[in-house]
Design a protein around this ligand. Sequence first.
Ligand SMILES: [Zn+2]
Ligand SMILES: [Zn+2]
Length: 148
Amino acid sequence: MKTDRKICRWRIRHPLMTGTEIAKRVGCNRQYVSHILAKNGLNNTQPSYRKKVIWCKTCGIPTKKNVFCSNTCRQKWYWVDVECTLCKREFKLVRSHIQQRFNRGMKNIFCSQKCYAKGQREGIVQKRRYAYFGRLDSTMGAQNPSPS
Ligand SMILES: [Zn+2]
Ligand SMILES: [Zn+2]
């Protein structure tokens, strides 16, 4: 079999193989492989999907850095806007806390002990062991991150 055809076959059968790897298999140099591949309209480089691409968990933009494209997205992911069931006050909670609550079947969020107690009186809260209070102190810090 001609080297040219071998090269094309390697490329087609092994789309993730680099030109260098093909050259080794076929027994010629890398330049020749790239020349042949280009001539036959085949790609010489590894397709991009082999490269590690991570999509930002918040906005879906591809990011190479991390699971988040930016600090803003990181914060948005970890700190979720919630509203107190009772006083409708808006504050932020850590996502994992909300998830935990949700897994336990808790529907209501209270911003404070006061609202929780009131909610209990009004029959919004059924089970005391499911009590949950938003942590306002740490919340405030996250809303106004210190400049870095
Ligand atoms: Zn993002
Ligand atoms: Zn409240």
